[in-house]
Design a protein around this ligand. Structure first.
Ligand SMILES: Nc1nc2c(c(=O)[nH]1)N[C@H]1C(S)=C(S)[C@@H](COP(=O)(O)O)O[C@H]1N2
Ligand SMILES: [Mo]
Length: 211
C-alpha cells in the first residue's frame, strides 16, 4: 500500500500525532459547499465517460459498484483550512479497479471526478493509481453517513480534502488538465499535503492550466 508520508507512527511520532506541515488535529468534522444532497436510489448511477478506450461511456449501478473487489485505506483527512481529522478507515473500491474495468484511452492524463450539484475535482491519473485513491462506501466498517458522502465519496489522503468529492456520481477521463470547483477558486491545482500546496498562487507554470 502507498506510503502516506504525512502520517508517521514510531517512537518519535506517537499515535495521534499529525506530522503534515501546518495542520492541527481536530475531532471529526463535516465541511462542504452547499447543502447535503438527497440520495435518490431510483435515479442514482455512476458514469465513467470522456476519453474512454472504447469511446463509449459506461454506467454502473450502486449494486454493480458494491460487487467490485473492495479495499481499505486508513489515513488522516487534511482540510486545506489546516484542520486534520485523524485516523479514518475507509472501505470501498480503489480508483485503479474502475480504471481496469473501464480503461481510459492511451492519451488520458487526468480525470475530473464529478459529484452532485456539479461539484468537481481534477486529478492527475498518477495521483489516483496504485492504491492512492479509494471510492469509499464505508467508514470504520459502517456505511458512510449522508453528511460524509453517502453513497460514494473519493478519498485521496496525500492530497487536501477538496480533492475528494463527497456524493460522487462519475468520472470523466481527460486528455489534458482542466480545473475543478475549488481549483478554479484559488486553491492549488494539485493540492499535495506534504508540500503544502494550498493556493493557486503557489503553482509552478506547469502545475495547472491558466486561471
Ligand atoms: N461534494 C463535495 N465534496 C466535498 C466538498 C464539497 O464542498 N462538496 N468539500 C471537500 C472538502 S474541502 C473537505 S475538507 C472534505 C471534508 O470531508 P468531511 O466533511 O467528510 O470531513 O470534503 C470534500 N468533499
Ligand atoms: Mo477542505
Amino acid at each position: 500500500m502507498w506510503d502516506f508520508t504525512s502520517r508517521q507512527r514510531g517512537p518519535l511520532a506517537p499515535i495521534g500525532a499529525i506530522t503534515a506541515p501546518g495542520q492541527r488535529a481536530r475531532s471529526a468534522f463535516v465541511t462542504h459547499y452547499g447543502p447535503v444532497p438527497a440520495f435518490r436510489p431510483e435515479r442514482w448511477k455512476f458514469r465513467v465517460f470522456g476519453a474512454t478506450a472504447f469511446g463509449a461511456a459506461h454506467d454502473l449501478t450502486l449494486e454493480q459498484l458494491h460487487g467490485l473487489p473492495t479495499a481499505q485505506l486508513t489515513a488522516d483527512l487534511h482540510c486545506v483550512t489546516k484542520r486534520t481529522w485523524p485516523d479514518n478507515n475507509w472501505g470501498g473500491v480503489l480508483v485503479s479497479t474502475v480504471l481496469d474495468l473501464v480503461p481510459p484511452a492511451a492519451d488520458v492524463t487526468h480525470m475530473m471526478v464529478w459529484a452532485e450539484y456539479g461539484y468537481s475535482a481534477n486529478l492527475r491519473l498518477s495521483d489516483v493509481t496504485d492504491g492512492r485513491a479509494i471510492l469509499a462506501t464505508h467508514h470504520h466498517g459502517e456505511p458512510l453517513s449522508l453528511e460524509h458522502g453517502f453513497p460514494l465519496r473519493l478519498v485521496t489522503p496525500h492530497l487536501y480534502g477538496y480533492k475528494g468529492p463527497k456524493w460522487v456520481r462519475g468520472i470523466e477521463y481527460m486528455v489534458g488538465d482542466r480545473r475543478g470547483f475549488w481549483e478554479e477558486r484559488g486553491y492549488h491545482n494539485r493540492g499535495e499535503v506534504r508540500h503544502e500546496q494550498r493556493y493557486s498562487y503557489q503553482e509552478a507554470p506547469d502545475e495547472g492550466p491558466p486561471l
